[in-house]
Design a protein around this ligand. Structure first.
Ligand SMILES: Nc1ncnc2c1ncn2[C@@H]1O[C@H](COP(=O)(O)OP(=O)(O)OP(=O)(O)O)[C@@H](O)[C@H]1O
Length: 256
């Protein structure tokens, strides 16, 4: 096996709170992620999923332990814009069209106009929004807005993608559709994806491996390999093998 793309070693995160007390958000978490893998961080509210994602993104610094990405620090990776990040809410600029929203990170990085235009067209094709480039965010559904968020995260052709509960605000039907679309995008780009969710079904559908975290203190409690064939379509959710994985992960929470 190749050296892991992302190495998380003995990471702990303690937040100070009122009256000198502390919250142990993560306790001694270690995890290796291979290039091109689709990994979900799964667990109930408060188990430290977002904290771990933010540490990888260099938006937070761990109290102990380290993260190394292709041998570089998260800070170096962030400064070189080598990752794309998608949040629960797509945080689009209301006054900019879809095209200009996707363009934003490329403008900041000084990418020439011609290349920006080509890249925007390519991104809109990838997510099926070719006809919506000149619309404003308020003219789009929540699912379409989140697709624009994904385009923007991929615009600089990052090496990996961090996604923090990107579909949790969407209705079930839209979420399932976007799950399928995301796998389509992933199979075309083959970026490493780290996907935060508290939805077991979503994690099984998407992932190569599901990393199960438990709260109080936040810790890694199981890693489940999902050996379902790819490409996956939504109908796979109805197969006995799929149910088996959902049940296995659900059981790993019992007694937590
Ligand atoms: N800035 C902060 N200050 C103090 N405590 C925090 C802070 N951020 C998170 N926590 C606490 O750390 C723990 C882990 O939080 P985190 O947001 O990483 O969990 P999560 O699994 O992503 O939860 P959710 O699914 O609700 O988003 C929780 O107990 C939370 O209350």
């Amino acid at each position: 096996m190749n050296a892991p793309e992302i190495q998380i070693k003995n990471v702990s995160m303690i937040y100070p709170v009122k009256n000198g007390e502390e919250v142990i958000a993560l306790n001694d978490v270690s995890l290796d992620i291979q290039e091109g893998e689709f990994i979900s961080l799964l667990g109930p509210s408060g188990c430290g999923k977002t904290t771990l994602l933010r540490i990888i993104a260099d938006l937070l610094h761990p109290t102990a332990g380290s993260v190394s990405i292709r041998g570089q620090s998260p800070r170096d990776i962030r400064l070189q814009q080598k990752y794309g990040i998608v949040f629960q809410s797509p945080v689009l600029y209301d006054w900019r069209t879809v095209r200009r929203n996707i363009c934003m990170p490329m403008e900041i990085m000084g990418i020439p106009r011609k290349e920006r235009t080509a890249r925007i067209n390519q991104m809109l094709d990838l997510v099926g929004l070719q006809d919506f480039g000149y619309k404003y965010p308020f003219e789009l559904s929540g699912g379409m807005q989140q697709r624009v968020g994904i385009c923007r995260a991929l615009a600089l052709n990052p090496e990996f993608l961090l996604m923090d509960e990107p579909f949790s605000a969407l209705d079930e039907f839209t979420r399932e559709k976007l799950n399928e679309d995301l796998l389509g995008i992933w199979s075309k780009t083959r970026k490493t994806v780290i996907f935060v969710t508290h939805n077991i079904v979503e994690s099984v559908f998407l992932s190569d491996r599901v990393v199960v975290l438990s709260p109080h203190p936040g810790r890694l409690s199981a890693i489940v390999n999902i050996d379902l064939p790819r490409p996956r379509e939504n109908s796979i959710r109805e197969t006995p093998e799929f149910f088996k994985y959902v049940a296995e992960i659900r059981r790993s929470f019992e007694g937590v």
